[in-house]
Design a protein around this ligand. Structure first.
Ligand code: FAD
Length: 474
């Protein structure tokens, strides 16, 4: 039994199914929960992009705020600090004479480096650390292969997990958190301006008001599964583009750990018992297995997932035209289907999976631009940014990852035809084109002159758009 333990929260901002918190509450008389806003996550990266953009930062601040409330309702609280975890946690543990720091294990380089430094720094002070694995549906120890042997092809990974591994039960919320009595100055929640970021405008077009935190994540699950009964049609609707309900939208809460994948799994199983079991209920779990897959692939391949050649070590065939890149990023390519999706991302921090596949393919296959630029831009903008899912999916689309197919080219016009035949999605996000009837809305070449003038802003100074080999149009 420990006298006092620090629980360091990372991308696991919840009190349900939380191993470090659960075991700290069992093994220690007093628990000090802490969240660190690490300044390195708010710096500028390549191309002058914010590593964490304002939508993502807002969602994070809300999630930390909600974690504090949820800990308070268990009798505890949350210490909020700004600084490098490997330094500030050591000072905190020393100040309050904690004997150990419990935290959840991460996968990729930056996070691992912080863990390593922390372990070294606290070891010198005689303080213990315990790292818990908890970010995936299947526990790393339950995989039917060593993680270094993770199958490269998703189908094989999935089949082996489904056949030989079991999903462990989610851990309950601890009954009580005992905070040390002498704790003072728990720290204030930062504002966006603390990181030099502006408050994002709430887009009236957003498909859902995404609010960070465990409470909102659980509420979304309640709505999607139980109140609106949408899980039973998920497989048919999941490729949609418009509206709150074509897919679960769990990703934002999963990315910060506000929702645990095992909790979602248990709710799917309950739904199957109490409501309906079909292809759709299975498919949600199938998608969560994709999430696991990218996590274990990243663990297996380490830094390769961030390198240009990816895990295939492909040669450098990429262009780096900054002007073309920014046209893409700002939704000004002149291709309505691309621009509408990028507008949605920029205005809300979210984009559908179908949209992501198309804009990513357009950047790498049509504009021929270094796929890592796209990944960096998504990292900044997406409220559901998850290092493994993002870099894994980008590698996949760029043909340097795990896709067994050589070229996953998305024919943009065909995709628009299949997924937005009536043009409703474009009308929603590019209202200046709204008067163009039917599918014509997807054709920049067919624009009426009056609208062409308006849309010219989006097209740039020359029209027709010169940047793209219109493979999709042939
Ligand atoms: P649903 O369709 O309801 O799926 C349920 C859950 O399954 C999702 O919340 C997610 O956790 C998981 N999932 C579904 N599809 C995938 C997938 N292809 N890969 C991994 N997990 C998946 N997802 C992220 O969570 N974070 C990212 O940073 C991210 N970046 C992406 C970048 C690109 C280029 C592409 C093509 C996809 C990316 N995805 C990412 C995957 C996917 O687009 C989102 O998970 C999904 O759109 C989220 O919406 P949802 O929660 O409504 O998904």
């Amino acid at each position: 039994m420990f006298k006092r333990v620090v629980v360091w929260f990372r991308n696991d901002l919840r009190v349900h199914d939380h191993a470090p918190l659960f075991y700290a509450a069992e093994k220690a008389k007093e628990v000090i929960p802490v969240y660190c806003f690490d300044p390195r996550n708010f710096k500028k990266v390549s191309l002058g992009i914010d590593k964490t953009g304002n939508h993502r930062a807002r969602f994070l601040i809300e999630a930390v705020d909600n974690l504090r409330s949820n800990l308070q309702s268990l009798g505890g609280d949350l210490v909020i600090i700004q600084g490098k975890p490997e330094e500030v946690l050591v000072s905190l543990a020393k100040k309050y004479e904690a004997e150990a720091i419990f935290f959840s294990e991460e996968v990729t380089a930056e996070e691992k480096e912080v863990e390593l430094q922390l372990e070294q720094n606290v070891w010198k002070q005689g303080i213990k650390t315990s790292a818990y694995w908890q970010s995936s549906l299947y526990h790393i120890q339950d995989l039917p292969f060593p993680v270094t042997q993770t199958p490269e092809v998703f189908t094989q990974f999935r089949k082996e997990c489904e056949k030989f591994a079991k999903v462990q039960a989610a851990l309950p919320v601890p009954k009580k958190i005992n905070l040390p009595k002498n704790m003072s100055d728990l720290g204030d929640l930062p504002k966006l301006s603390t990181f030099g970021l502006k408050e994002p405008d709430l887009s009236p077009r957003a498909v859902l008001v995404f609010k960070g935190g465990e409470t909102e994540g659980i509420r979304r699950l309640q709505t999607y599964f139980w109140e609106q009964d949408l899980l039973k049609v998920y497989k048919e609707t999941r490729n949609g583009l418009l509206g709150a309900n074509y897919s679960s939208k769990f990703s934002a809460w999963l990315s910060l750990g506000c929702l645990s994948p095992r909790y979602i799994y248990e709710e799917v199983k309950r739904y199957e018992k109490e409501r309906k079991k079909n292809q759709s209920t299975y498919w949600l779990i199938f998608e969560l297995i994709w999430r696991d897959y990218f996590r274990f692939i990243c663990k297996k391949h380490g830094n390769k997932v961030f390198q240009l050649g990816g895990i295939k070590n492909n040669v450098d065939k990429w262009g780096r035209n900054k002007n073309h890149f920014w046209k893409w990023a700002l939704g000004q390519t002149g291709i309505p289907f691309i621009d509408a999706n990028m507008r949605e991302l920029n205005e809300t921090g979210f984009m559908s999976n179908r949209g992501r596949q198309n804009v990513a393919s357009f950047l790498v296959n049509d504009l021929g631009i270094d796929w890592r630029w796209g990944a960096i831009y998504f990292e900044s903008q997406l409220i559901d940014y998850d290092v493994c899912s993002n870099w894994g999916n980008w590698m996949y689309v760029a043909g340097v990852g795990n896709d067994p197919r050589e070229n996953r080219y998305f024919n943009i016009m065909r995709q628009a035809q299949n997924y937005d035949r009536k043009g409703d999605y474009i009308r929603h996000w590019i209202p200046e084109l709204a008067d163009i009837p039917g599918f014509d809305i997807h054709q920049p070449f067919e624009l009426p002159t009056s609208l062409l003038k308006t849309y010219k802003i989006a097209l740039g100074s020359t029209y027709p758009h010169p940047l793209v080999k219109y493979k999709a149009w042939i």
